[in-house]
Design a binder for this molecule. Sequence first.
Ligand SMILES: C[S@@+](CC[C@H](N)C(=O)[O-])C[C@H]1O[C@@H](n2cnc3c(N)ncnc32)[C@H](O)[C@@H]1O
Length: 132
Amino acid sequence: MIPTSHELTTLISIPERGPYGDNKYRGNYAGDVLIKLIGFLQANGIAAPYVYDPMEGGMTSRDVCSSLNLPYVGSDIHQGFDVVGDDLHDTGFDLCILHYPYWNMIDYAHDLPEELQKKDMSRMEWKELSRR
Ligand SMILES: C[S@@+](CC[C@H](N)C(=O)[O-])C[C@H]1O[C@@H](n2cnc3c(N)ncnc32)[C@H](O)[C@@H]1O
């Protein structure tokens, strides 16, 4: 159910993880967060927001958009797309949801080919990131 409220606060409490995405993917988020953000856009006149998640991991955002029948593009370093260094040749998104890797806590790169490992933001030094 999409909320109809026009209110959006900086604090969102979602007690249950919910059914979206792969609940075994480390660091996955509750899809209801995205549902609330989408509901805010819809309450403000964007009936079918075009959503992009450049670090989709366990595909929570993809599942949410699929269940709401919304246009969606998702990518991840595990599909070879580096959000820091690569260009996405698409425009016109209404909502970009960024769920950053947990730096130095979850190593997302261990199963990647060597050339992609150094691009994984969970391993990247912040100085290195700010220079790019
Ligand atoms: C916190 S997880 C996202 C989890 C996702 N929101 C979910 O619910 O499953 C962060 C993701 O960022 C990806 N990632 C790390 N560095 C990246 C990069 N340079 N470009 C694209 N994705 C990257 C990781 O592979 C990981 O899947």
